[in-house]
Design a protein around this ligand. Sequence first.
Ligand SMILES: *Cc1c(COP(=O)(O)O)cnc(C)c1O
Length: 376
Amino acid sequence: MEFRDLKAQYNQYKSAIDDAIQNVLNSGAYIGGKEVNELEKELAEYVGVKHCITCANGTDALSLVLMAWDVKEGDAVFVPDFTFFSTGEVVSFNGATPVFVDVDEKTFNIDPVTLKQSIEKVIEEGNLNPKVVIPVDLFGLPANYDEIEKIAKQYDLLVLEDGAQGFGGNINGKMACSFGEAATTSFFPAKPLGCYGDGGAIFTNCDETAELLRSYKVHGKGENKYDNVRIGVNSRLDTMQAAILQVKLKAFIEHELDGVNSAYQLYSEKLRNFVETPYIPEGYYSSFAQYTIKLESKEQRDGLQARLKENDIPSMIYYIKPMHLQQAFANLTYRDEDFIITNKLCDTVLSLPMHPYLKEEEITKVCDVIKEFMKD
Ligand SMILES: *Cc1c(COP(=O)(O)O)cnc(C)c1O
């Protein structure tokens, strides 16, 4: 059994993907070109925003937005404590200060009440200028944008949706990657919509931000690549990856999202009485980047993971360490007691095999091992 079976997907779409790659090879245009432009249009249309700007990966996508918004030293950027490192890394990389915020126990996403308290605390201390909040759509579930956008408005913060795991989700039909002033995603192979290497994209309705992003991603270009009006980076989505994504986007929309949601239903029906299963609030739709259960203690979680492994079932711990405990952020001052929920989640979560090609027998096998373990 695979944790995320990328080969099953390739086998199903082999001829279309092989053709797409061969077409790029035959064209002789390996950077930019028609595939990248078409893909950007398709992605923008799917998400329902005006502009999509592709780039080299999901980390660059976040960083480019912070560059375009002139986020710099002295600025506070609010980031969930329970996320992948990139979300906080890009803040420090751009010279600003990440302020970690504890998450909601049930959704695992940034807690709006705690966010508000963190913003007030930063204002009270008076050392930093509250500028941006980066909510993360963790494990595929969109963050609570209703509340977050209200708070952002009240304190004049920009909202940057980190949709690296959330692409394809929605809240009452409004698509992930369409929230806030800008949103980003990643096409890392194991993300909901993945390519065969690295890739990323930025979404925004703002013309000015889009124009700045198109400059920053190409060495701060002005009229062209050899007219440089600002310090930028080199961050492109390869033509080959764009061609692959065009095929995969169709599969994603046609059946892959349904596939992971069926797997979620089946898992949760079987496991509900044994462990804490993922919570999807009313009106929310998850793209299930991960199917993550919660155990009662670290001992129980680690024991279950070992038991799964004995049965050749892969599982992962996302995430084992809170952001505020990462050595890279050791220069920041924080109080460990401000992160009660994240600390607990890091000890008790476990992600099970999840992908659109997961078979019913595989889900049954995983659940049987878990049930057996929980009865012991
Ligand atoms: C994967 C991920 C990123 C970074 O994406 P890359 O393409 O790997 O750079 C950023 N944020 C979150 C929440 C992620 O899961």
